[in-house]
Design a protein around this ligand. Structure first.
Ligand SMILES: Nc1ncnc2c1ncn2[C@@H]1O[C@H](COP(=O)(O)OP(=O)(O)OP(=O)(O)O)[C@@H](O)[C@H]1O
Ligand SMILES: [Mg+2]
Length: 507
């Protein structure tokens, strides 16, 4: 500590107070706070370069979170073993240190400096502590004007580190509380069966504005977009933003059932209408009365049911299967498809009059690759969710992992992103998700690596297997859908699955 009778440099003291105020105002953005810590420490003692390394429990390393100065960018993101170098010494001993002749100090590990070709003469390093536990190391490198760090510098740096530790703690608590709150809000919603719609792109913001505009009316809405883009989540938003939100939201997948079962599922049946109709049963339209029915995969609706649906839209009436008693239904229709429905209209697989009725208000959801601004937001959301479900505490993506996600094309859209992150959380050994954990980086090269050394026949089998597996995953193991995407017969697909020994991984 600064001695009682020594004269306190008033300039430095002012700087410290000013820094303190800055530290305490940046707790909402964790990374910004870390940067402020490093900048401020360097300013206080007059260092040319500075860094903050945080301990990562999973890998037992110190990771340079922030590095400023001439070679900062090269150092940032690098990790060193916790028992190496001056930072390692400071971390393990929880003590600060001045090394004014770094090149000749046994504790100095020249590898990092060499790697980033930065010549280090003098180092001042202080531990960063949160409630007595050391969490990282602040390193200040090369006193300006080729000077040496003095004991006085060390005392100021220690004083500063106490303040930084408190700010760090506050910021961490704030982030935890914020995450906890948003997690609980989402959880309440999810327990009621709703999904949390996450986005930050302008494209999705525009779609949500459309949703809010059309929601209050009773107009039918047709949601279009590739598989996994979140069509069902948008349908939920239409319902939740409508005056029907207190009434049922009934989901029906038109591809899930054969024609006769689907008809009775949608419209109900009376006792004796067909062999298994042992009693009267209301259909989903009746169940949705006053609310919204979501007809997913509407393009798969058989032609006969298309006419029945058209009548529901036009006259709001229908009959249960086997009955001629007309039932009135007050149901808002929201439909979705990932197929080119206009083309199906041209080939007369879909009734044009029904199409026009449904298409009064189309909403096209763009694929993820056309709104990459959503990737970081979505990725963080899924990471929090799965880290939480697996009791992993706070987890983060490495910069390269984030870059890999931004560069990847995501053919399976958000569903694929979510799956990749879920898997990465399971296989990651530390709190950092690396690009390897995501298993999406440069698929070309990894595939080629796997295939090299194989003969053509083996390589083709391997390729076919991974290609089909991927297609199945993207179509949620629905073989009919997968076969259609691959433009092959369903029976051929099922034979390939057996031949190639493809097994569905249990969730
Ligand atoms: N904006 C989003 N925010 C959060 N999660 C999302 C979002 N969009 C999609 N998801 C996730 O991706 C999954 C797939 O979304 P959804 O079922 O709505 O896709 P879809 O467009 O209906 O695809 P398909 O045509 O294959 O049925 C959802 O279960 C959800 O977990
Ligand atoms: Mg869907």
């Amino acid at each position: 500590m600064i001695e009682k009778d020594s004269v306190i440099d008033p300039e430095k003291f002012r700087t410290l107070i000013e820094i303190n105020a800055r530290l305490n105002s940046s707790y909402t953005d964790f990374r910004a706070l870390l940067k402020t810590i490093v900048e401020s420490a360097a300013r206080l003692v007059g260092a040319e370069a500075s860094s903050l390394a945080l301990f990562d429990q999973g890998s037992s390393t110190l990771r340079f979170e922030i590095a400023l100065g001439p070679r900062g960018p090269e150092l940032e993101g690098k990790s060193i073993p916790v028992n190496s170098g001056i930072a390692g010494w400071v971390y393990q001993n929880s003590r600060s240190i001045i090394v004014n002749d770094a090149a000749h100090d046994a504790r100095f590990s020249p590898t990092v400096s060499k790697e980033i070709s930065y010549s280090t003469n003098s180092i001042l390093a202080v531990p960063l502590k949160v409630r007595d536990a050391t969490v990282g190391v602040i390193e200040l490198i090369n006193k300006a004007s080729r000077g040496l760090f003095m004991h006085d510098d060390l005392e100021w740096a220690e004083l500063f580190a106490v303040q930084a530790g408190i700010a760090f703690d506050n910021a961490q608590q704030f982030q935890r509380t914020e995450k906890e709150l948003s997690y609980l809000q989402h959880k309440v919603q999810e327990e009621q069966g709703w999904h949390t719609l996450i986005f930050s792109s302008k494209a999705m913001q525009d779609r949500l504005e459309l949703v809010k505009r059309v929601a209050p009316s009773d107009a039918s809405v047709l949601i279009l977009g590739e598989s996994g883009v979140g069509k069902e989540l948008v349908a939920e938003q239409i319902h939740l933003n409508s005056r029907r939100s207190g009434k049922p939201f009934v989901r029906v997948n038109c591809a899930a059932l054969p024609e006769n079962l689907l008809e009775s599922e949608l419209f109900g049946h009376v006792k004796g209408a067909f062999t298994d109709a042992i009693s009267n049963r209301a259909g989903r339209f009746e169940a949705a009365d006053g609310g919204t029915i979501f007809l997913d995969e509407i393009a798969e609706l058989p032609l006969k049911l298309q006419s029945k649906l058209l009548r529901v839209i036009q006259q709001k009436t229908f009959e249960r299967v086997g009955s001629n008693q007309t039932i009135k239904a007050d149901v808002r229709i929201v439909a979705a498809t990932n197929r080119d429905i206009e083309k199906l209209v041209q080939t007369q697989e879909f009734r044009s009059d029904l199409y026009y009725r449904l298409n009064v208000f189309p909403i096209q959801i763009p694929p993820l690759r056309e709104r990459i601004e959503d990737i970081p937001t979505l990725a963080d959301h899924f990471l929090t969710k799965y880290a939480r479900e697996t009791n992993r505490g706070l987890m983060r993506f490495s910069d390269t992992a984030m870059q890999a996600m931004l560069n990847y094309g995501w053919p399976g859209n958000i569903r694929e992103l979510e799956n990749a992150i879920e898997r990465a959380v399971l296989i990651s050994k530390s709190a950092f998700i690396t690009s390897d954990d995501l298993m999406i980086g440069s698929p070309q090269s990894t595939k080629n690596e796997r295939l090299s050394g194989k003969d053509l026949k083996e390589a083709i089998v391997l390729f076919k297997r991974s290609y089909i597996l991927n297609a199945l995953e993207q179509n949620r193991w629905n073989q009919t859908e997968t076969a259609r995407h691959l433009k092959i017969q369903r029976t051929y697909l099922s034979r390939l699955i057996k031949e190639l020994n493809i097994i569905q991984r249990k969730e």
